[in-house]
Design a protein around this ligand. Structure first.
Ligand code: ATP
Ligand code: MG
Length: 605
């Protein structure tokens, strides 16, 4: 390819909406163009990168026996009703684009494909002899994200590789999940990404065990907590840890005391010489389920700890499974609560806040479901709000409150906490970009959609399923987020839009042009992905563009062309190799071959 045929339109300034470096560089380099919020055109340079990522993904999926297919993006609502996900995905904060066709039928644009693939499996797979089966596709997904941002990182239309596997038993599912895990590690290594595998929350996809792959980057939206010994790493959404021990508190009698204006834990502790671990705090939520009125929820946690709403939502989904899917979990807006003689004493709430305070609130049904986090439940004596403004209370024990609480882990693990597997180890925080996620789904979808098979023993059972996603377009941008400098992108060879750029320093010089042309031909004949920049621009402009585009190897044909001399260098290493042109291929090809198999970019010449 020649640079002048590339429709190269680069920008001097990053666009205002690009907040992170990878987004800025991709737009400045002309790799992507925004068409609408969260909707991008992949321009030819980006498309070359994406095709290389896709090729790596394909090779590794094929290598573990997965079969490629292509499922429709347009999916009937009926399938999603059968799995129970139509409402979760279209109502409230649901992210599925939905529409009604000219016959009045409801359809959705696929954000993911469990329903479609499971209904196909139900049709096609009858016998244990056909199992296991693994199917995958590379496809555009649609998600009406609440906050599309950071370019391809969180798009509303993006490329995903999704795979689904079907098994006769759980053991075989676990075995294949292990194969996927290894394949994913190879994919990310071959793409030159630094990735952490972490325990994950399964979210709206559901099922049991799941693991995310996080590209390490400060701009990542996820927080990973891990131990230095490498034995534990989890997304903060599901991470567990040991809370700091509580300072002992002897409470001899149940007693109220005045705390005027002390509506926060800090204020009460400061005024009464207490430690936050000696207090408990109360949070109110409204849980909206598919069936019935919203459930009021009262959660108690030790004063120094925070509630993890992902854990809380998962718990509520389990406890109230008969109410259908949990559609949303919102903080109970105290302004909507009727004042029963007094205002709701915000800042002074106690675990025994009476159900009266929510009687008659529109949309709410029943009394509080009361949850207590283990940190609070383990306290024998504690200080809490007295449910009266400007008053707190010393409570000698939970039994005194005469109420039943569900004990659970709803606490948010924090960096610095001690690890469960070894109390001497502490958790540290790393930010990550989720580039892949693998799940053991179990039989959730096969049961809902009737994907059953005849067992070897003559019975009929739902199949065991796994599902496995990679954000292909997000991965490509994550690579830039990990590899850039002040001059632009630095692509690893394995996914670079071009492996080598041959730059003619002075396009007016006949000898330079001829030598560059010859090398360009030789490199192409050796199947090197090469760009020839023989534009009649100043050398500085061409070097600047080459830096911006991040092509990993650069051959400069300049002043020494007359005697066959050239320069070889990598994108950003300072050392330059002066070569005779005849030495280019022998020097470059072995290095390229190694790097094509995957290595971090720019190891130097
Ligand atoms: P996130 O938590 O970032 O919203 P998710 O957990 O909803 O992602 P999955 O359903 O696990 O995503 O999808 C599989 C993969 O697809 C993710 O690991 C991620 O790499 C990619 N992906 C998900 N949403 C987007 C998006 N809006 N834009 C680009 N890639 C995405
Ligand atoms: Mg995920």
């Amino acid at each position: 390819m020649r640079a002048q045929d590339l429709l190269l339109v680069t920008l001097r300034q990053p666009p205002a909406e690009a907040e992170i470096p990878s987004h800025q560089w991709l737009v400045r380099g002309g790799f992507i163009r925004r068409v609408a919020s969260g909707v991008y055109a992949y321009m030819p340079l980006m498309w070359r990168v994406l095709r290389k990522v896709e090729a790596i993904v394909r090779e590794e999926m094929d290598a573990i026996g997965a079969l490629e297919l292509r499922l429709p993006a347009l999916q009937p609502a009926e399938l999603w009703r059968r799995s129970g996900r139509w409402d979760t995905y279209t109502a409230g904060e649901g992210i599925m684009f939905s529409l009604t066709d000219r016959q009045g039928r409801e359809l959705g644009l696929g954000p993911t494909h469990e329903e479609v693939i499971t209904s196909l499996a139900a049709d096609l797979i009858r016998s244990y002899r056909q199992l296991p089966v693994s199917l995958y596709q590379l496809q555009t997904k649609f998600r009406d994200e609440i906050r599309p941002r950071f370019g391809l990182m969180r798009g509303r239309e993006f490329i995903m590789k999704d795979a689904y596997s079907f098994h006769a038993d759980e053991e075989d599912l676990r075995r294949y999940y292990g194969c996927m895990d290894q394949a994913y590690r190879r994919i990310f290594a071959r793409c030159g990404l630094e990735v952490l595998a972490v325990q994950a929350d399964s979210g709206a996809i559901g099922g049991g065990t799941s693991q995310e792959f996080m590209a390490v980057a400060d701009a990542g939206e996820d927080l990973v907590l891990s131990s230095a010994d490498g034995r534990y790493a989890a997304n903060q959404e599901r991470a567990q840890s040991l809370p700091p021990p509580a300072a002992p508190l002897r409470v001899t009698a149940d007693a109220c005391f005045a705390t005027p204006g002390q509506a926060s834990i800090e204020a009460v502790c400061a005024a009464h010489n207490l430690d936050p671990t000696q207090t408990v705090k109360v949070l109110l939520h409204r849980a909206c389920f598919a069936d019935g009125p919203d459930q009021p929820v009262l959660t108690v946690i030790r004063g120094d700890q925070e509630v993890n709403t992902v854990k809380l939502a998962n718990l509520l989904g389990r406890l109230l499974a008969e109410r259908g899917n949990l559609l949303a979990l919102e903080r109970l807006d105290v302004d909507t609560l009727p004042a029963h003689g007094t205002q709701l004493p915000v800042g002074f709430l106690g675990p025994d806040l009476p159900d009266d305070v929510i009687q008659g609130v529109p949309g709410l049904g029943g009394g509080f479901l009361r949850i207590v986090d283990a940190t609070a439940a383990d306290l024998t004596g504690f200080v809490c709000g007295a449910n009266v403004p400007d008053h707190h209370r010393r409570v000698p024990g939970w039994s005194l409150l005469g109420l039943s609480f569900t004990r659970a882990d709803v606490r948010s693990a924090q960096p610095g906490d001690r690890c469960c597997h070894d109390p001497k180890a502490v958790l540290t925080a790393t930010r990550g970009i989720e580039v892949g996620h693998i799940f053991q789904l179990g039989r959730k979808y096969s049961s809902a959609l009737g994907a059953c098979f005849n067992t070897e023993g003559g019975g009929t059972e739902p199949m065991w399923m796994g599902c496995y996603g990679i954000g292909v377009s997000r991965l490509a941008q994550a690579s830039v987020e990990q590899n850039h400098d002040d001059n632009g992108m630095i692509w690893p060879v394995s996914i670079a839009p071009f492996e080598v750029v041959v730059t003619v320093a002075n396009g007016e010089e006949q000898e330079q042009r001829q030598l560059a042309e010859r090398l360009y031909g030789e490199l192409r004949a050796a199947e090197v992905d090469v760009l020839l920049d023989d534009r009649l621009e100043r050398a500085g402009v061409k070097f600047k563009d080459a830096d911006l585009l991040g092509i990993p190897w650069r051959v400069v044909v300049g002043r020494n062309a007359a005697r066959g001399g050239i320069e070889l260098k990598t994108r950003s290493a300072r050392d330059v190799l002066e070569l005779d042109a005849s030495q280019l291929l022998p020097q470059l090809l072995p290095r390229l071959q190694r790097q094509r198999r995957g290595s971090p970019p720019d190891a130097g010449v």
